[in-house]
Design a protein around this ligand. Structure first.
Ligand code: S3P
Length: 164
């Protein structure tokens, strides 16, 4: 049984595309951020503030593992590729990992006024540096990638379904 996982930077469209993909495949949709919020009982900014990023990453990893071998589409948080253990997990045969590849400018436009993401809530140099440091990690972790900039969700889902 394959678990389909969408990875990509914050604002790349993982949730929107994942919901659409899951619906068209008639399998459940899971959002790791929602699962974390439910498990911990706190919003993501509050988890970062009270417990710090390492704790968030630990719960995120547990959530990911708990859906292994389940037939579903999972939208992950943009930092899922930060832990080596997650990168290894996503490369194994239980998962099919799809990178939603975006340009930095697209993300800047989409998340202009967003204050809900602790790691986006910093100056442009730091955002760009985070983006650049993650690109190679998405690349090595994914089985394939799709370029998502400004393309309709229907087209993207059709492209993904041709691969899977
Ligand atoms: C994060 C991305 C967020 C969320 C948390 C950390 C990151 O998810 O998991 O704020 O490290 O990039 P989205 O990618 O859905 O915004």
């Amino acid at each position: 049984m394959t678990t389909f996982v969408l990875i990509g930077f914050m604002g790349s469209g993982k949730t929107t595309i994942g919901q659409y993909l899951a619906h068209s495949m008639e399998i459940p949709f899971v959002d790791t951020d929602d699962e974390i919020v439910n498990r911990v009982g706190m919003s993501i900014p509050k988890i970062f503030e009270h417990y710090g990023e390492p704790y968030f990453r630990k719960v995120e990893s547990e959530v990911l593992k708990s859906f292994s071998k389940q037939s579903c589409v999972i939208a992950t948080g943009g930092g899922i590729i930060e832990l080596d253990a997650n990168r290894q997990m996503l490369k194994n045969d239980d998962f099919l990992t799809i990178w939603l590849d975006t340009q930095f400018d697209t993300i800047m436009n989409r998340l202009t006024n967003d204050e809900s993401r602790p790691l986006w809530n910093q100056n442009v140099e730091k955002r760009m540096s985070l983006f650049n440091s993650r690109q190679p990690l998405y690349d090595v972790t994914s089985h394939f990638s799709v370029k998502v900039d400004d393309r309709p969700v229907e087209d993207l889902v059709e492209e993904i379904k041709r691969y899977i």
